[in-house]
Structure formats: C-alpha cells, structure tokens
Design a protein around this ligand. Structure first.
Ligand code: FE
Length: 199
C-alpha cells in the first residue's frame, strides 16, 4: 500500500490553505491511490501481448512510472518547504559551495531551472559522480536522471500555483524561496551516507 504522508505543517506563508490542501489532499493522495490501483490491475494483466505500440500491459507500466514518481516527487516537494525553514548543515553547505560556488549561486540556478521546466526542478545528489546537480523534469516520468537522491524539489506544474498566482510562476517561486527548508535534505545526507559517494 502507498500510504500518503501527512503534511508536516498546516500552512505556508503566502500560499492559501485551499491551494495547499488541494495539492496535498487531492492531487498527491490521488497519486498514492492510483499507484496502488495500477499495481493491482497489473497482477491481473496478461504479460503475453507486451509490445511497444499498444497493449494493456505497456500502458499500465507507463502509468505506474508516472504515478509512483508523482508520489515521491510530491513528498520531496512538501518536505522541501516549511514555515520554519532550516539552512543546509555544514556538510551540505560545503558541497553546495564546491559545486555551485555559494548557496546564493545555487538558488539562482535552481530558480532558472524552475522557470524553464514544465514539471519539476530537482536538486539531487548524483551517485554517479558524487556531485550535486540541478536537474529538470518536464513530467514525473520524463527528464529525471537515475541513480540520484532528490534533496530539494520544486513543483512548477500550473496546478501548484494557479489558484493563488494564476500564471505568475515567478511570483510563486519568489514566495516559496524563503520557505525552502533543508531539514529533510540534511537527514538524507546522513540516511544514505552520501559522504561515501562524494567524488
Ligand atoms: Fe503537484
């Protein structure tokens, strides 16, 4: 079962309660439910007609990737924000300085990725080279780089801000910028022993 994670906060300054609730309680919870529904359907779907043009099996596997990534990207997004945000810890600050020059430089590049993406901006620790990268994804299952640990995630689908900001994505990003919380990223550095993978 894909159990939805509750929000760690009840409000985010500058974001309406309805925007936050619609996003978490309807869209995110929907991805959890759909992930389970798709996986249940897969258990009763024939493997024999698998082909890359059209088959129930292919369609279900595609949507499994979309829904499962929808779950984890949204969890990372909600975990990347807080009304009481914390800074990166000493280890992460050192890596940000080495890979981007400074936290401010990282912020500028991340904001540009968030303006350029159709779906997601992701600061990830890449296990392949042991470095931090800002990656861009146009959809949950399109544009991500495998073998990475997402640390800070920003949702730039219009549903994330349309209720509050209509089409003003820059205003949405500027509202969330001071709320970016590194607590979860700091925990992930320890949880996955990322210092062992540092190049
Ligand atoms: Fe979203």
């Amino acid at each position: 079962m894909t159990d939805p994670k509750p929000l760690k906060y009840s409000e985010l300054p500058g974001i309406s309660e309805q925007q936050l609730k619609d996003h978490h309680d309807k869209l995110y919870v929907g991805y959890c439910q759909k992930t389970d529904a798709i996986r249940s359907k897969l258990t009763e779907t024939s493997l024999d007609d698998a082909n890359p043009t059209f088959a129930a099996f292919r369609e279900l596997k595609l949507e499994e990737g979309f829904a499962a990534n929808g779950v984890r990207l949204h969890e990372s997004y909600f975990d990347s924000l807080s009304p009481d945000p914390k800074l990166p810890n000493e280890q992460l600050t050192k890596w940000i300085d080495e890979d981007f020059g400074s936290l401010d430089n990282w912020s500028k590049e991340f904001a540009s990725v968030a303006m350029a993406a159709r779906g997601w901006a992701v600061l990830a620790f890449d296990l392949h080279d042991g470095k931090l990268h800002n990656y861009l994804a146009d959809m949950h299952n399109q544009g991500g780089v495998w073998g990475t640990i997402p640390l800070i995630v920003m949702d730039v689908y219009e549903h994330a801000y349309f209720l509050d900001f209509v089409t003003a994505r820059k205003q949405y990003l500027e509202t969330l910028h001071p709320l970016i919380d590194w607590s979860n990223a700091n925990e992930l550095v320890a949880k996955y022993s990322l210092e062992k993978h540092r190049g």
